[in-house]
Ligand binder design. Structure first.
Ligand code: HEC
Length: 216
């Protein structure tokens, strides 16, 4: 094996082509598209809550990318419209996720806006749904003999409530819930929104083929 040069040239060519296609061109397309006009920047509490979301690894079970109806019935599931790149303009690092062990959370603020519901669910998902396999996050809460002024007390069914005292939300839990409540991407997407419409093109082609056949 002594013909290194062709090997190096071919390898570099393949690597450069892949980098161009998967990194440089998408990067240029996204840089042009900017934030969706309806998207609000995060408030301070939401931004802190987002950091908690990232650090807790919620991403390992929850996606933030409702898909087009041609790809998945996410709209019927109530997860919202298909997202576009501009919906993530303020997200670094983004939390798109690939696993859907739990529901997509891109529009959880529309679906379940109640702070009380979210706090109970984070403290103990089984207090809401006995079959839930989501982990509990008890360390985001404190057990106190009695609530101080300003404390947000978590409502719990008797099976999960402490024998004495109350469970109150720590700042991290309150911030995380602010973030979840703010997850509303229900505004109309920009018409030039960047998204993968490969499936739509395929569906349109199929439609045309069917129409051509029918007219024969
Ligand atoms: C091991 C997987 C797993 C992890 C990690 C996880 N979840 Fe879940 N989550 C689930 C499952 C399964 C459900 C559906 C059952 C339920 O509602 O508890 C769910 C449901 C939810 C719901 C209700 C969604 C709806 O539409 O009903 C919210 C909100 C939520 N999770 C937030 C979070 C947050 C915030 C974190 C991180 C702190 C997190 N989850 C971490 C699995 C997970």
């Amino acid at each position: 094996m002594n013909r290194y040069l062709p090997l190096v040239i071919v390898s570099l060519a393949i690597l450069s082509f892949a980098t161009l296609l998967l990194v440089i061109i998408p990067g240029m397309q996204i840089a042009k598209s900017g934030a969706s006009p309806g998207l609000k920047p995060y408030t301070v509490a939401e931004a802190r809550g987002r950091a908690v979301y990232v650090s807790m690894g919620c991403l390992y079970c929850h996606s933030q990318q409702p898909r087009d109806e041609a790809q998945a019935p996410d709209g019927e599931r109530g997860w919202g419209r298909a997202s576009v790149s501009g919906d993530y303009a303020y997200d670094t690092p983004h939390q798109l996720g690939t696993m859907r062990t739990g529901p997509d959370l891109m529009n959880i603020g529309d679906r379940l806006p109640s702070q009380g519901w979210q706090l109970t669910h984070l403290y103990q998902p089984r207090a809401i749904a006995s079959w839930s396999i989501m982990p509990a996050y008890p360390y985001l809460f404190a057990h106190k003999a009695k609530a101080d002024p300003g404390d947000v007390v978590v409502k719990l069914p008797p099976a999960y409530a402490p024998k004495t005292g109350v469970i109150v939300a720590k700042q991290d839990a309150l911030d995380l819930v602010s973030y979840l409540q703010g997850m509303k991407h229900d505004y109309a997407p920009p018409t030039d929104g960047l998204r993968d419409d490969g499936y739509e093109l395929m569906a349109a082609q199929q439609h045309n083929n069917d129409a051509a056949k029918a007219s024969k």
